[in-house]
Design a protein around this ligand. Structure first.
Ligand code: SAH
Length: 394
């Protein structure tokens, strides 16, 4: 079997079960490396440490799957890991209010590079590393056996695959193709998705609990939902008795989806959908003297690498400052960041700076994170990426 022998003193993080091995830690490879092949990690003293999959392309030359020497990355091991992930979501499988959630969350579920979301009777799979791709057949067979679904669809058409030297991939992996319009249930509401054509895996399952938490402040409120996509937050706000909804998104298709989702739930709350760049529209709304009681800011990931952190924090500060200006005294701001590279601490500092610049007093009344179907493995804190603050603004 292929072995990577580490440089002296580079074994600490691996002994602490961190699943990433960078090229700088490796002194020598036992032979040529093939994409996604199994590799053993050996300390400079020759001690076996862990087993994972190799990448021929990324700076992250191996992702670790197990620290037990008798575990091979074979069908029964992968099946066990998938079984464990499914068992960990038991409550969700049995929740009559929800049939859209994450079933497998990559490293946190001991399956690096594999993301699986359930949407009603379909699974959507992302294979993000050479190691995950190398095990596609085993993964699909195990999922088909262990999850009672009609089809498994791949949505690996994401840029991050380029880091692994993988092209974008999309298509049916098993069973029946999903319908163009698939209705899912979340928090007791229905949403219509296009699994094949939508953004990301078609629906942002990570905000499920937060949509409910935010909707608590929506009764009788004039709501502004910025980066609304197809209305995850806005539909729940309407259902909770919002007086009106203004939704902003740069995607016309997303805003059409928002209208569909409101009517799917029989909601006839007055809606203004504004298509365009949120940074500009927030300024325009301010110039028009608009005021709101509840504002949701749920932007896409602004920081994709260390070098983008400064620019990202300026972006977060700007939209938050604009939102503070647009809130009536006593109003509520629900503000999120899904950039893993921006810590919860840093995000809070950015929101603090925004409030200060806007000259508003703001109190944190709730602190939000990703749902428990996106667990954070204690040995892998990098899995924590979504953070949110609900602030009362005076
Ligand atoms: N709140 C949504 C998810 C938002 S995802 C939910 O709960 O489902 C981020 C959204 O921001 C996407 O719909 C994307 O189209 C939109 N977006 C990205 N850049 C934007 C910009 N500069 N201005 C407005 N919308 C933008």
């Amino acid at each position: 079997m292929l072995r990577f022998i580490l440089k002296p003193d580079r074994d600490k993080s691996i002994r602490q079960r961190h699943p990433w091995v960078f090229s700088g830690a490796v002194a020598r490879r036992s032979g040529p490396v093939h994409p996604g092949e199994t590799v053993d990690i050996i300390s400079s003293e020759g001690v076996w440490l862990a087993r994972g999959t190799a990448s021929t392309h990324s700076q992250m030359v191996a992702r670790l799957w197990t620290w037990q020497r008798d575990e091979e990355l074979d069908p029964s091991f992968i099946r066990q890991r998938i079984e464990r992930a499914i068992k960990g979501r038991e409550q969700l499988h049995n929740d009559p209010q929800t049939n859209a959630y994450r079933v497998i969350f990559s490293e946190s579920d001991g399956l690096p590079g594999l993301i699986v979301d359930r949407f009603a009777d379909w699974l959507v799979v992302q294979l993000l590393t050479q190691g995950a791709v190398a095990h596609t057949a085993i993964i699909v067979a195990a999922l088909a056996e262990l999850m009672p679904v009609r089809g498994i669809y791949e949505r690996s058409d994401v840029e991050i695959r380029a880091r692994e030297g993988l092209g974008e991939a999309e298509g049916l992996l098993w069973g029946e193709a999903p319908p163009d319009q698939l209705t899912i249930r979340e928090n007791g509401y229905e949403f219509v998705l296009d699994l094949a054509g939508g953004q990301k895996t078609g629906w942002y399952v990570d905000q499920r609990i937060n949509r409910q938490r935010v909707a608590q402040y929506a009764k009788d409120a004039e709501v502004l939902g910025v980066f609304s996509y197809t209305g995850g937050f806005e539909v729940l706000a309407a259902g909770a008795g919002a007086q009106s909804i203004t939704a902003v998104d740069s995607s016309a298709a997303a805003l059409r989806g928002l209208h569909t989702n409101l009517s799917q739930n029989g909601l006839n709350t007055p809606v203004t959908a504004v298509e365009g760049d949120a940074f500009k529209i927030l300024r325009q709304l301010r110039e028009e003297g608009k005021q709101y009681d509840l504002i949701v800011l749920d932007p896409p990931k602004f920081a994709h690498s260390q070098s983008q952190i400064d620019r990202a924090t300026r972006g977060y500060k700007d939209i938050n400052m604009q939102a503070f200006h647009l809130l009536r005294p006593g109003g509520v701001l629900a503000t999120f960041s899904c950039s893993g590279l921006i810590s919860a601490d840093l995000f809070q500092k950015v929101v603090f700076g925004a409030a200060l610049d806007a000259g508003r007093d703001a109190q944190i009344i709730d602190t939000l994170t990703q749902g428990g179907d996106h667990p954070v493995l204690l040995t892998f804190p990098e899995a924590a990426y979504l953070k949110g603050l609900i602030c009362r603004v005076w």
